[in-house]
Write a protein that binds this ligand. Structure first.
Ligand SMILES: *Cc1c(COP(=O)(O)O)cnc(C)c1O
Length: 448
């Protein structure tokens, strides 16, 4: 816990904080958001950096096809479908007595190849970037070579001398672990107490070493980092501070742009796009939102969603304390059934980058996750893991919450809402084993 006087001072400055402490669902609109043209001037990262990441992923496409035949259909590019979900939209409007404006569409990162979650973007990108650096440095690759070469037994043998490590609540570990093991690295994943057993089992089946911790995500990261730093041949993927992860996520924007165009879904001054992304430490939603802002500027409005007991990013952004505040500092548990979002302390790096770009945040109760999960399964036949379902609270409350209603008015969007795109970013689910799926559905039914 924070000292009483410090907390009192924060509560006075930020009246919403009391509701956050009481684990109520809240809606927060970011008072520090600025017009894009202005915000872009102070950016540390740019569109050029995202382009560079995109080019790197293209270079690795032949390698990915060689290692993961399931990526052949998309030419070695790992990308997810964009799916309109009108039945879910109608169902939500009826069931929750909500008005969801415009068109509800689902970005299906639950279906991303290899890792089955949004972490296939950042995590895989970072492992590939590290691999390219090692390969160039040690002469395994010369400029112009096909990267397919890296799948050869000689290269695998070379990489087996090196270790990749990461701390994770589950999905990041899966993406880093599976990719690292496929390249030939020794891979060690430090799993927090929240991590689901099936994710640990799956990693071990790929030959990954899984270290389990009684403590939360922050501790797993700390331990993993210390062990990795002690070994000169070990590389640590730092989820809290990594620009590489962030850029890997940001590549999503140009891919999405192509998909929207193909489906004739307009995003411009008359067709604003609202994007809702579940948030843990902030890297995935931050990277994606940052990429989208570079593409769509003021025409895209990004909201993060967090569980009421683990609103890490909300606390960091609202108080401006970023990495220096945690859910447990204000008396929350940091515990949630949304294992992918079970993070108490936010990334400081992402908070700072997103400060002028983020529109706001919603929080929700754990029980709501299961309701949304079943709603989507029943109406559209799509299964998502509970963490991913958090996003639906955004479109449900956008028009009815006072804070976001005011945001829409102040931004002159009232008349444009009927032509808006409401994009919910589904962050994971396709690798969930059938037995676990069934237990989630049972849980949802028990809550009805
Ligand atoms: C990791 C994860 C998120 C959030 O990503 P962060 O980078 O931790 O903010 C959201 N949903 C799922 C399913 C995840 O695994």
């Amino acid at each position: 816990m924070m000292k009483d006087i410090e907390l009192k001072a924060l509560e006075e400055k930020h009246p919403l904080l009391k509701a956050v402490e009481a684990a109520q669902d809240v809606v927060w609109v970011n008072p520090n958001k600025r017009p894009f043209a202005e915000a872009a001037k102070d950016q540390v990262l740019t569109s050029e950096d995202i382009k560079d990441a995109e080019e790197r992923l293209k270079r690795f496409a032949p390698f990915l096809m060689a290692c993961f035949p399931e990526t052949k259909a998309t030419g070695g590019i790992i990308e997810s479908p964009l799916t309109p979900i009108p039945k879910m939209q109608k169902h939500m409007e009826e069931k929750y007595n909500a008005e969801i404006p415009g068109r509800l569409v689902l970005k299906q990162d639950n279906a991303l190849a290899i890792a089955g979650s949004v972490k296939a973007r950042g995590g895989i990108y970072e492992v590939l970037k590290h691999t390219e650096e090692l390969a160039l440095e040690h002469g395994l690759l010369k400029p112009g070579d096909s990267y397919e070469k890296l799948a050869s037994p000689e290269c695998r043998k070379f990489f087996s001398d090196y270790t990749v490590q990461v701390g994770s609540t589950g999905n990041l570990g899966m993406s880093i672990g599976i990719m690292s093991a496929a390249i030939g690295y020794r891979a060690v994943v430090h799993m927090s107490a929240d991590a689901r057993q099936w994710k640990k089992d799956k990693l071990r089946s790929h030959g990954v070493t899984v270290k389990e911790y009684e403590a939360d995500y922050g501790e797993a990261v700390k331990e993993g980092r210390a062990l990795s730093d002690a070994d000169p041949k070990s590389y640590f993927v730092d989820d809290e501070n990594s620009q590489n992860l962030f850029l890997g996520y940001a590549v999503a924007a140009s891919r999405l742009e192509g998909q929207l165009q193909k489906q004739d879904i307009k995003v411009d001054a008359d067709h604003p796009m609202f994007v809702y992304i579940p948030c843990g430490v902030g890297g995935a939603p931050g990277g994606i939102a940052f990429g989208l802002k570079q593409k769509y500027g003021d025409n895209v409005h990004c909201f993060f969603i967090e569980p009421v007991q683990a609103p890490a990013m909300l606390l960091g952004m609202m108080t401006g304390l970023q990495h220096d505040i945690s859910a447990t500092d204000v008396g929350l548990t940091g515990l949630t059934e949304a294992d992918g979002l079970a993070v108490s302390r936010p990334s400081g790096f992402v908070g700072k980058v997103m400060e002028p770009h983020l529109s706001g945040e919603f929080t929700l109760q754990d029980d709501a996750l299961y309701g949304y999960m079943k709603d989507l399964l029943d109406t559209e036949g799509v299964f998502l893991e509970p963490s991913a379902c958090a996003m639906f609270t955004g479109p449900q409350h956008l028009l009815s919450a006072d804070e976001t209603a005011a945001y829409i008015k102040e931004n002159g969007l009232t008349d444009k809402m009927k032509d808006s795109v409401q994009l919910v970013w589904a962050t994971g689910g396709s690798l969930v084993p059938d037995s676990v799926r069934e237990s989630y559905v049972k849980k949802a039914e028990s809550l009805e």
